[in-house]
Design a protein around this ligand. Structure first.
Ligand SMILES: *[C@@H]1O[C@H](CO)[C@@H](O)[C@H](O)[C@H]1NC(C)=O
Ligand SMILES: *[C@@H]1O[C@H](CO)[C@@H](O)[C@H](O)[C@H]1NC(C)=O
Ligand SMILES: *[C@@H]1O[C@H](CO)[C@@H](O)[C@H](O)[C@H]1NC(C)=O
Ligand SMILES: *[C@@H]1O[C@H](CO)[C@@H](O)[C@H](O)[C@H]1NC(C)=O
Ligand SMILES: *[C@@H]1O[C@H](CO)[C@@H](O)[C@H](O)[C@H]1NC(C)=O
Ligand SMILES: *[C@@H]1O[C@H](CO)[C@@H](O)[C@H](O)[C@H]1NC(C)=O
Ligand SMILES: *[C@@H]1O[C@H](CO)[C@@H](O)[C@H](O)[C@H]1NC(C)=O
Ligand SMILES: *[C@@H]1O[C@H](CO)[C@@H](O)[C@H](O)[C@H]1NC(C)=O
Ligand SMILES: *[C@@H]1O[C@H](CO)[C@@H](O)[C@H](O)[C@H]1NC(C)=O
Ligand SMILES: *[C@@H]1O[C@H](CO)[C@@H](O)[C@H](O)[C@H]1NC(C)=O
Ligand SMILES: *[C@@H]1O[C@H](CO)[C@@H](O)[C@H](O)[C@H]1NC(C)=O
Ligand SMILES: *[C@@H]1O[C@H](CO)[C@@H](O)[C@H](O)[C@H]1NC(C)=O
Length: 792
């Protein structure tokens, strides 16, 4: 069954491009943008830039080439120390939810869960606590957060590492994350720039001896700005000191040597002042990538234990000496690395790299070419388990709750089913992709996060079964469980008779990892049979989904499935987080950051992949035209009036809320249509784009009989002149609000110039529409309670 559905989705993916009649040639070249802009220090980096200039002045040409080229060392990425200058090097570590090459550190909820919480404060706190752990371990740079891939296709293998296919939601949350992270003095490296929307063929390969280039993500200028670039602009606005360029090509040119995206869009238009670092092994040239705007080549010379050319290192010294490369460019690269280092005071008392990292490192110690200073083993977890547990629950979305099945009212006989309920059985390291023995798509055991470089190494996991036993036994209830899905798929829940449970809790999981995309949107391990067979015995069945999302839910209308919960990837406290929701200690307030369709064939956008393509020796065979433009996820379903199972922004609560009293205040009537061309370009772009032009407010009331939180959401519809986005709503405001029963609160949504503009391709600027913008405020993208209009 799983196989035939996979083939159906592939057929869809293979035909989806052809139907638009687009010729790839229209994207085949990315326009050249040279030279690479210099750092200027504008926006508060001036003093740090002066210190960096002082450091640069001490360096020989060889040291400058060395500074920009990674080298084997204790971290996943290392810039070499220069003892003469008391510089101990720079340590870069994975990844977005945990310091991965580490012991005694925490595994936080994945960004997928963060997005489902829609909670700015917790997002900020998570960024801060993750960064504290990196700092404690001596890591200067966090390889995260992720806003690319954004989640264009629901099959994307790394979507869970990012927030949401909605650019606005991702933009707000990436800002909070970066502010939290960098407030500790650790650098954020926002990735992957840009268009890295599928894993298959993200890198070049060889077929019959012929090099076949990586997939080319062909993205038009309007879509680039309005969707994929949008959250990166937020990341720059928040001050991200570093950006990682992506593996695949954009309009035929590799992500780490595309002068239009790096020099043009990132460094000129968005005023990026920090450093661009290549994804690992994503540098495919020497001087060409340097001139295109790449500042640091990772991992540099030797990757894993195999000698691989980096193209850089001593080659850059030669290139400067023979006149091919302007020394000013190399100087700018060093300044872009060292300015953030001084800005965040990383030159003062920064902890040493934790020595316990060495045996679990990406590199073998025998390959080190420099003496790295190592510190003691430190436990950096502090009390972070508290936020992890809270955020895990906050990112849990209650989708269905027939007959108020939940919260549970002290059931005396609780059934627990499904392989996701159990403790881990294949080790505590879910890297998967690189080491199947260490984790991967293991059959029995819960799934608190996905695989690949964005994984974590758990010091412990509280499994759902363990947490449920503790909770139910605390008031003397019986807990019966079957966790083997093979048995459940054949009706094993019947073994419990005659003492049938009062409630059956079924735990399903969905694996996803870096390096591959999903082949189905149905939960793994015979999930459909497991639910249907178990529900036969259980008129009160609660299904909980962990792991990658979205999933389609073929059993959602089963009469006995009375509650459904999308619990995402909550991290190490996963069992406690779900028990808090099930027993009602925490009132669910998560909202879907993506759309759940009725059927996986309802989603228009698949991955580019086929047997024919995989066998092709055409170097340019792999092309992905983003012809749908901005119309992804809920915009796709809304533009076609297609019904869905659960829409973007949806999520139930144990209480009820009402909205009233929509008010619109325009701060600047008759504002100029374009931001002033004489305004400063600060990191994030023209400074006027971030000015508030209007405020929309509504009154929220908790009308139920328990306290709880919800998320009022503001959507705008731009008029026809904005182009293809007409008649499609776009999220432009949200606020998570907690209210006691009966309480009221005035919620304000501030709209900045960019929020109300569209990208004018001719003007190469954000333009405010001349006519009215429609406003809708509600509890989801389809549950819209209030509407109004705004003319700027
Ligand atoms: C890619 O090509 C499209 C179509 O010509 C163009 O609109 C867009 O600006 C190009 N983007 C890049 C980064 O080359
Ligand atoms: C960068 O600065 C150098 C040294 O001042 C100068 O020669 C070069 O023209 C500048 N490059 C750009 C693109 O402004
Ligand atoms: C390096 O540190 C030592 C000891 O603190 C100090 O004496 C020396 O001046 C420093 N050198 C530089 C180049 O900062
Ligand atoms: C210089 O580039 C060549 C490939 O062009 C590579 O073989 C060599 O290893 C590079 N040198 C260094 C020091 O990386
Ligand atoms: C200069 O050095 C670079 C790097 O080794 C090399 O690729 C290039 O061919 C050289 N150019 C000349 C004119 O020697
Ligand atoms: C590493 O330290 C040893 C011992 O102090 C010294 O001999 C060696 O030169 C150092 N290596 C480097 C690359 O600095
Ligand atoms: C739901 O509640 C109604 C009314 O109380 C009851 O008749 C029905 O049996 C309940 N259904 C389930 C599945 O519990
Ligand atoms: C890609 O296509 C190959 C060949 O048809 C198939 O085996 C594989 O499962 C596909 N992968 C995905 C993620 O669609
Ligand atoms: C699904 O269940 C069948 C038995 O009904 C079993 O043979 C098969 O291995 C199961 N598949 C998975 C993925 O668990
Ligand atoms: C629901 O449960 C009842 C037993 O309580 C059973 O008779 C019925 O067949 C079940 N329905 C489904 C669809 O499994
Ligand atoms: C999904 O749609 C396909 C094609 O219309 C259909 O064959 C399949 O049964 C549907 N699946 C579900 C779970 O409804
Ligand atoms: C969707 O529904 C709206 C309102 O019912 C209607 O105006 C519009 O034409 C419909 N769009 C499509 C694509 O069917």
């Amino acid at each position: 069954m799983v196989l035939s559905i996979a083939l159906a989705s592939l057929a869809l993916a293979a035909t989806s491009n052809a139907q638009f009649g687009i010729k790839h040639t229209q994207y085949e070249t990315s326009p050249p943008v040279y030279p690479s802009p210099n750092i200027t220090g504008i926006g508060g980096w001036e003093a740090a830039l002066e210190k960096a200039r002082g450091f640069l002045a001490e360096l020989s040409l060889e040291e400058k080439s060395q500074m920009v080229t990674g080298t084997p060392g204790p971290c996943v990425g290392n810039l070499a120390p220069i003892p003469r200058l008391n510089f101990t090097g720079i340590c870069l570590q994975d990844g977005p939810l945990s310091i991965r090459q580490s012991i005694y550190s925490s595994v936080f909820p994945a960004q997928l869960s963060v997005a489902a919480s829609w909670d700015r404060k917790m997002t900020h706190a998570r960024g801060l606590q993750i960064a504290e752990e990196f700092k404690g371990k001596g890591a200067h740079v966090i390889l995260g957060p992720v806003v690319g891939g954004l989640g264009r296709t629901p099959y994307g293998g790394r979507n869970w590492e990012a927030f949401s296919p909605d650019a606005y939601l991702s933009g707000v949350l990436v800002e909070e994350t970066i502010h939290g992270m960098q407030s500790t003095g650790v650098q954020a490296c926002t990735k992957h720039f840009i268009g890295n929307e599928q894993e298959i063929m993200r890198n070049p390969t060889k077929v019959d001896g012929q090099t076949v280039e990586a997939l080319s993500a062909n993205i038009d200028d309007k879509t680039m700005h309005e969707t994929y670039l949008w959250p990166f602009a937020n990341a720059l606005h928040a001050g991200t000191t570093s950006i990682m360029c992506s593996y695949q090509r954009i309009n035929g040119s590799y992500g780490c040597q595309n002068s239009k995206t790096l020099n043009g869009i990132l460094k000129q238009e968005l005023g990026f002042e920090g450093w661009v670092v290549s994804d690992w092994m994503a540098t495919h040239s020497g001087v060409a990538s340097v001139e295109a705007g790449l500042d640091v080549n990772m991992p540099g010379g030797i990757a894993f234990t195999t000698d691989q050319p980096s193209y850089w290192g001593a080659n850059l010294t030669t290139a400067v000496n023979n006149g091919t490369l302007d020394i000013n460019r190399l100087d700018d690269m060093v300044l872009r690395i060292m300015t953030p280092y001084y800005l965040l005071n990383q030159d003062v008392d920064f902890p040493k790299v934790d020595g316990s990292t060495v045996p679990i490192s990406f590199f073998s110690e025998k390959d080190w070419r420099f003496n790295f200073t190592l510190g003691e083993t430190v436990d950096v977890r502090a009390d972070h388990h508290k936020l992890i547990r809270e955020l895990g629950a906050a990112g849990t979305v209650l989708l269905k709750n027939k007959n108020n099945t939940l919260p549970l009212k002290k059931p005396m006989n609780v059934g627990v089913f499904g392989n996701d309920a159990a403790d881990l059985t294949a080790g505590q390291y879910s890297l998967g992709q690189y080491s199947l023995l260490a984790g991967g798509d293991y059959e029995i055991g819960t799934l608190p996060a996905g695989g690949g470089s964005g994984a974590g190494r758990y010091t412990y996991v509280v499994s759902p079964l363990e947490a449920i036993k503790a909770r139910a036994q605390s008031y003397g209830a019986l807990v019966q469980y079957v966790i083997d899905n093979k048995l459940l798929a054949t009706g094993a829940a019947g073994v419990l008779q005659p003492a049938l449970p009062d409630v059956c809790l079924i735990f399903l999981k969905t694996w996803a990892t870096e390096g591959d995309d999903r082949t189905t949107l149905i939960a793994d391990w015979n999930s459909t049979l497991v639910v249907e067979e178990t529900a036969k015995y259980c008129p009160s069945t609660v299904v909980v989904l962990h792991g990658a999302a979205p999933n389609v839910l073929p059993w959602k209308d089963n009469e006995n499935v009375t509650a459904i919960i999308a619990a995402h990837m909550p991290g190490q406290e996963t069992g406690n987080s779900i028990v808090d929701i099930l027993w009602g200690d925490v009132n669910p307030s998560g909202k879907l950051p993506y759309t759940i369709a009725n059927n996986e064939t309802d989603y228009d956008i698949g991955v580019v992949n086929s047997t024919e393509l995989l066998a092709s020796t055409d170097p340019n065979a792999w092309q992905d035209d983003f012809t749908e433009g901005n119309i992804i996820d809920y915009k796709e379903f809304d533009s076609k009036n297609k019904s869905v199972a659960y829409e973007f922004g949806f999520g139930l609560s144990y209480t009820t809320f009402e909205l009233s009293n929509l008010e619109v205040q325009v701060a600047a009537a008759n504002a100029s249509r374009l931001p002033s061309s004489s305004a400063k370009i600060l990191p994030g772009g023209n400074e006027e784009l971030w000015q508030v032009l209007a405020t929309v407010s509504v009154t929220l009331q908790n009308t139920g009989d328990v306290a709880g939180a919800t998320v009022p959401q503001l959507y705008i519809t731009l008029p026809a002149e904005a182009g293809e986005t007409q008649n499609v709503r776009a999220l432009r405001g949200f606020e998570k609000v907690h209210l006691e029963e009966g309480a009221e609160f005035k919620v304000e949504f501030q709209l900045m110039r960019r929020d109300l503009s569209y990208w004018d391709v001719n003007a190469q600027q954000w333009r405010l529409p001349a006519s009215a913008i429609s406003l809708d405020v509600g509890f989801s993208s389809r549950d819209l309670k209030l509407n109004g209009e705004l003319t700027i």
